[in-house]
Design a protein around this ligand. Structure first.
Ligand code: PEP
Ligand code: MG
Length: 573
């Protein structure tokens, strides 16, 4: 038996035989050719075969995963039909008179390296798409078959160096009980798709694809990231699987219930989304509104600043999808780790403390106004709330609010309809705002606490750094006091206070947040049933007593111990 630990990327427990998925080794060594014309046409035929294969995979993926997720294959088709890549390969074959497979490998590798060297996580991960397309083109040039995932007809856990998006999309849930890989993290395509398909996955296991033998038994836990090879305690794993499955079935009961504590207090469980399609998915998990629409994804997925009309369409779609629910759209939160391919950020020593989010928007009124106008026009399609990210001072908030009001006035002058009920609020993710929340509340219609950044700024720890990740301590009493200050500050002016940082969906935080008086919890939609189960089985009075007690503790361990005991006593853990 051998134990490993990776990144838990998609929850679920599985025990099955390993199926090693290996892309064949292509022989791409440099060979001189004499018939240039036939070599070029060999490449062209392989490329068009690749495009039609990708079209087919895209339509299978659209049926299995929905149109939005299948869009990944548009990126692949784009790479396969990119005239620059095609020309470069054709020309090199002609000029150097070498075999197509060698040229394909070197040209695609060059593009891969360019993406891989980019700092932005999103673009970095596009490098995998280039390799995916390269392998497909090579398999067609060399007439070597790629592994046929569709032919798997026994229960397995797939083991691979990396799973490409096209491979992930073809997995059949009936037989593929989970997968593990050497590389990748929570934001890689494979991880995102695994979560959508609800297949357990553990990624980033370094060399697992080389060390596990085909057919040996493995057990994985996609939540904790645990992996066991040839486990000696099969029974224990089977118990874990049945406990997980039982829990999943039980949680389904909570999808259609209202969120209400045992003593009758109602709160909202909402979802964090990155696009309108996610909002549709969220409804399936019993989401009661959108607590955070991260509008920056509209900007990051583009090669230009999205126009007013482009943004209007996206906002209109999400508002229409959630017609009777509040939709909180956050204005552009770019900078820090989120970069744009078409905008050069200043070189700064500390980008997370620098030119980002509302700071950039106030400095670039044209960009900001385009977004505010799109939001104003979309507001008539549902219940809209707009929130400004990274607000540190009351002046910043007042400026942003005034710009929004001016835009709405101008739109009306131009004959557009704009709702009169748009709420204008702010994220509380900078300690200065949490401390002065009672004063901010005079101006802001609501607060949404962003604990991902609030934690980063409170503990002075870069949220991207592995070395200081031990300082991610949402349940530390110091952070809880800032949360309490924000909630009390908001309530002093009768404002509602929500939370959209990861903490809102954390089982060990939910009772405390409920006890501190949080009104709305926004999280990844798949966490909603679990959070509802907890809230509906607790009384807010009891939680309030617990919360007051932990505010006077000293460490996160003390807090977690107390909450664990509390939840265990209610049979909720
Ligand atoms: C946060 O900071 O908690 C938050 C929700 O925003 P983001 O993670 O997008 O910075
Ligand atoms: Mg943030």
């Amino acid at each position: 038996m051998k134990k490993l630990k990776g990144t838990g990327a998609s929850i679920g427990v599985a025990y099955a035989k390993a199926y090693i998925l290996k892309t064949p080794e292509f022989n791409t060594s440099k060979k001189k050719i004499t018939n240039v014309k036939s070599e070029v046409s060999k490449f062209e035929n392989a490329l068009s075969k690749t495009v039609s294969q990708l079209e087919k995979i895209k339509s299978i993926a659209a049926k299995k995963l929905g149109a939005e997720k299948a869009e990944i294959f548009d990126a692949h088709i784009q790479i396969a039909t990119d005239p620059e890549i095609k020309n470069e390969v054709q020309q090199t074959i002609q000029e150097q008179k070498v075999c197509a497979e060698h040229v394909v490998a070197s040209v695609f590798d060059k593009y891969h390296d360019t993406f891989a060297a980019m700092e932005d996580a999103y673009f970095k991960e596009r490098a995998a798409d280039v390799i995916d397309v390269k392998n497909r083109v090579l398999s067609n040039v060399l007439d070597v078959e790629l592994p046929d995932i569709l032919s798997i007809d026994k229960e397995v856990i797939i083991v691979a160096h990396d799973l490409t998006p096209s491979e992930t999309a073809l997995l059949n849930k009936q037989y593929v009980k989970g997968f593990i890989t050497d590389i990748g993290g929570r934001t890689s395509h494979a991880a995102i798709m695994a979560r959508t398909m609800e297949i357990p996955a553990v990624l980033g296991l370094k060399t697992v694809s080389e060390t596990i033998k085909n057919g040996s038994y493995i057990a994985i836990d996609g939540k904790t990231g645990e992996v066991e090879i040839d486990p000696s305690n099969k029974k224990e794993w089977q118990e874990r699987i049945s406990k997980f499955q039982k829990n999943q079935i039980e949680l389904k009961k909570y999808i259609n219930l209202k969120t209400k504590t045992k003593d009758g207090k109602t709160v909202l469980l909402e979802s964090n989304v990155g696009n309108p399609e996610d909002a549709k998915q969220a409804l399936k998990y019993g989401s009661e509104g959108i607590g955070l629409f991260r509008s920056e994804f509209l900007y990051m997925g583009n090669d230009h600043w999205p126009t007013e009309d482009e943004q209007f369409e996206a906002y209109k779609e999400v508002l229409s999808t959630c017609k009777n629910q509040l939709v909180v759209i956050r204005t552009l939160d770019i900078g820090g780790d989120k970069k744009l391919s078409y905008f050069e950020f200043p070189q700064e020593m500390n980008p997370f403390l620098g030119y980002r989010a509302i700071r950039l928007c106030l400095d670039k009124p044209k960009i900001f106004k385009t977004q505010l106008r799109a939001l104003g026009r979309a507001s008539v399609y549902g219940k809209l709330a707009i929130m400004f990210p990274m607000i540190a001072t009351i002046d910043e908030f007042k400026k942003a609010k005034q710009m929004a009001l001016n835009c709405f006035k101008q739109l009306k002058k131009e004959g557009h309809k704009v709702s009169d009920d748009i709420q204008l609020g702010m994220m509380v993710e900078v300690p200065s705002a949490a401390i002065l929340a009672d004063q901010f509340a005079i101006h802001s219609d609501f607060f949404s606490i962003g604990t991902n950044d609030l934690n980063q700024y409170t503990f002075a720890c870069d949220r991207m750094s592995k070395e200081v990740s031990y300082l991610y301590q949402p349940n530390n009493p110091s952070l809880l006091r800032l949360v309490a200050s924000t909630i009390n500050g908001g309530h002093s002016q009768k404002r509602w206070v929500g939370m959209c940082g990861e903490m809102a969906g954390d089982i060990l935080s939910v009772p405390l947040l409920l006890g501190l008086g949080l009104d709305a919890f926004s999280m990844s939609a798949t966490s909603i049933p679990q959070a509802r189960k907890i809230i509906n089985n607790l009384s807010s009075a009891e939680c309030s007593k617990l919360a007051q007690k932990v505010l006077n503790l000293q460490t996160i361990d003390e807090v977690n111990k107390l909450v664990t005991k509390f939840l265990q006593s209610k049979k909720l853990l």
